[in-house]
Ligand binder design. Structure first.
Ligand SMILES: *[C@@H]1O[C@H](CO)[C@@H](O)[C@H](O)[C@H]1NC(C)=O
Ligand SMILES: *[C@@H]1O[C@H](CO)[C@@H](O)[C@H](O)[C@H]1NC(C)=O
Ligand SMILES: *[C@@H]1O[C@H](CO)[C@@H](O)[C@H](O)[C@H]1NC(C)=O
Ligand SMILES: *[C@@H]1O[C@H](CO)[C@@H](O)[C@H](O)[C@H]1NC(C)=O
Ligand SMILES: *[C@@H]1O[C@H](CO)[C@@H](O)[C@H](O)[C@H]1NC(C)=O
Ligand SMILES: *[C@@H]1O[C@H](CO)[C@@H](O)[C@H](O)[C@H]1NC(C)=O
Ligand SMILES: *[C@@H]1O[C@H](CO)[C@@H](O)[C@H](O)[C@H]1NC(C)=O
Ligand SMILES: *[C@@H]1O[C@H](CO)[C@@H](O)[C@H](O)[C@H]1NC(C)=O
Length: 498
């Protein structure tokens, strides 16, 4: 999902020394083995896009074993004379498909790419394994539509929640097949290396958002000498554990919800301007807790472009509120949603109703449940929820991470890439980590920590709210462009306002 600088020449002198040159000489450049072709029209990508598929082993320990095909697309550089190479993107999730992300990113000059990246790079959007068109995780949407609380208040409710996700996970395993147990980020990092080799241009250029920072940093730990440039925007730090991760997340969501309340009661663009928004939000949450608020505008069939649930529970209301506060660009819509829900129509705040056999949410579960050791006893779980509720009085411990943890308690695949501090050394470039001070999804603590785990990396800070920073087209984007194109780093401790 998804960061003006005072440059310190001393720092640059000390840390810019890792030689970029070593990125290619060690790894002889073989030339591309990928054959790009025009994209299937069904995908509705922009007309200049090209597509391809790359075979990789299901299990990288057995390179000759069964294979899956990775799908990716490309927005070719628009200035061939100045072209530097390929820039591989990951939109986050986990579960997000690079190809659909790129279709928007390449041409969206409001929240997508700058003209610089389009000029100098072929932008590459691979769907990571288990997502999009790359052997996606398949599940029964009906099971996903069952309403099972992820905030159990009794041991019996906890046990039946675990049983629900077990049944659901086993169903997804059966539908997905052999690749199901190989959805982890280490496998995806090996896939990324296969993509780099197939592009045949030498060092990897990579721009990862949100979970894409975990994929990037784990790639860097395994293949440190194969990188020309890497930007990690909205840092996920894989050393945060089952209690520290949700604790920093809900604390920041609570802070940003307060920022929204202040904005919505005072800003010209808010339909709630002049009202007591704090009281309205509390009231809507309380009413939805009492009984789900109807969402009469929602349809539950695939004929609707975005099917959604017929009513919204308190837990769902808190979850969707967090999705809206993630980016300031959706605060206006959230204000409308709160206004309507306060009048008894929660349509704008309703969660998706699943109708298809694949979804980013299904993929997200398969990936995160193999990447984090989130198993907990009832005693541990309920103690943790008490802690989370104490640091988030409005949101009551409801967050994306606690929801993911609930799913993973029953998920049947093995944890093969458990959380641990990374140790990224011998890197052939200085990696750029970027984070906003109030990014509720990837709290600033994570970025500070991730920077210490990657030798020679620099943290660039944006003073503001919102998840990731590149798409805001401000000073942070300019600095990222300058880094990707010229390999010029911002100075240590640089903070921009935009
Ligand atoms: C976006 O690009 C289009 C076409 O290149 C241009 O007309 C428009 O002014 C740009 N908008 C912004 C916000 O830069
Ligand atoms: C996945 O791993 C689990 C746990 O090790 C095992 O029970 C299951 O059979 C495996 N599934 C597949 C499809 O290989
Ligand atoms: C908003 O409403 C709450 C609860 O009714 C009240 O405590 C608070 O003083 C009100 N705030 C303003 C600015 O009127
Ligand atoms: C509820 O709100 C939705 C979204 O704003 C709107 O389309 C719909 O007409 C409303 N329904 C009723 C019954 O007010
Ligand atoms: C609320 O939605 C659920 C489906 O999520 C449905 O089963 C239930 O009947 C609905 N309740 C009301 C009162 O409409
Ligand atoms: C979680 O799983 C690990 C590895 O299987 C095990 O060592 C640990 O005891 C489990 N923790 C809980 C609370 O179940
Ligand atoms: C990190 O890796 C380097 C090089 O392999 C090693 O010298 C160092 O001891 C490691 N640090 C930690 C904390 O494991
Ligand atoms: C690259 O550096 C040159 C020379 O300093 C500068 O003019 C140009 O704007 C930089 N490119 C980007 C994308 O920042």
């Amino acid at each position: 999902m998804m960061l003006t600088f005072l440059s310190s020449s001393l720092y640059l002198a000390l840390l810019c020394t890792p030689n970029f040159a070593s990125a290619s000489p060690h790894n002889k450049v073989q030339g591309p083995t990928i054959k790009w072709h025009s994209c299937n029209e069904d995908y509705s990508f922009p007309s200049d896009f090209q597509c391809t598929e790359l075979e990789v082993p299901v299990d990288w320990k057995y390179p000759k074993g069964p294979k899956i095909r990775l799908f990716m697309n490309k927005a070719p550089a628009i200035n061939l004379e100045e072209r530097i190479g390929s820039l591989v993107l990951n939109p986050g999730g986990p579960g997000g498909a690079g190809s659909t992300f790129l279709a928007n990113f390449a041409y969206n000059n409001v929240s997508g790419s700058s003209v610089y990246l389009r000029e100098y790079f072929d932008l590459i959007g691979p769907d990571p394994r288990g997502t999009g068109l790359s052997a996606p995780i398949k599940c029964d949407p009906g099971l996903w539509n069952q309403r099972v609380s992820k905030q159990p208040r009794t041991e019996a409710a906890f046990d039946s929640m675990v049983a629900h996700w077990r049944e659901l996970g086993l169903d997804c395993m059966k539908r997905t097949g052999a690749s199901f147990n190989y959805s982890d980020t280490i496998s995806a990092a090996h896939d990324l290396e296969a993509i780099r080799l197939a592009l045949g241009e030498g060092g990897l250029n990579y721009l990862g958002f949100s979970y894409g920072t975990q994929l990037g940093s784990q790639y860097a730990e395994i293949f440190p000498s194969n990188i020309r440039s890497m930007v990690l925007d909205g840092a996920t730090d894989h050393s945060f554990k089952k209690t520290s991760f949700p604790a920093v997340e809900v604390k920041d969501y609570e802070i940003v919800l307060d920022h929204f309340v202040e904005w919505a009661s005072t800003n010209e663009n808010s339909v709630l301007k002049g009202l007591n928004v704090s009281a309205m939000v509390d009231d809507v949450f309380a009413k939805a807790e009492e009984a789900p608020i109807p969402a009469p505008g929602c349809k539950q069939d695939s004929s609707s472009s975005s099917p959604c649930r017929p009513n919204v529970s308190g837990e769902e209301m808190k979850t969707i509120t967090q999705e809206y506060i993630l980016q300031q660009s959706t605060w206006g819509l959230l204000a409308e949603g709160v206004k309507e829900a306060h009048q008894g129509n929660a349509t704008l705040l309703s969660k998706p109703w699943y109708t298809a056999s694949s979804s980013t949410d299904f993929s997200q579960s398969a990936i995160s449940c193999q990447d984090w050791m989130w198993n907990s006893s009832w005693a541990e779980w309920t103690n943790r929820q008490d802690l989370l509720r104490s640091v988030s009085p409005r949101l009551q411990g409801v967050s994306e991470v606690t929801a993911a943890q609930a799913v993973c308690l029953g998920w049947p695949s093995p944890v093969v890439n458990p959380e641990k501090p990374l140790n990224v050394t011998g890197v052939s470039t200085n990696i750029l980590v970027v984070n906003a001070l109030f990014d509720p999804e990837t709290p600033y603590e994570m970025a500070v920590n991730l920077q210490t785990e990657i030798e020679g990396s620099v943290l660039l800070t944006r003073r503001g709210d919102g998840h990731t920073s590149y798409g805001l087209h401000g000073d942070t984007q300019r600095a990222i462009d300058n880094y990707l194109v010229n390999l010029t780093l911002p100075g240590v401790g640089t903070i921009y306002d935009t």
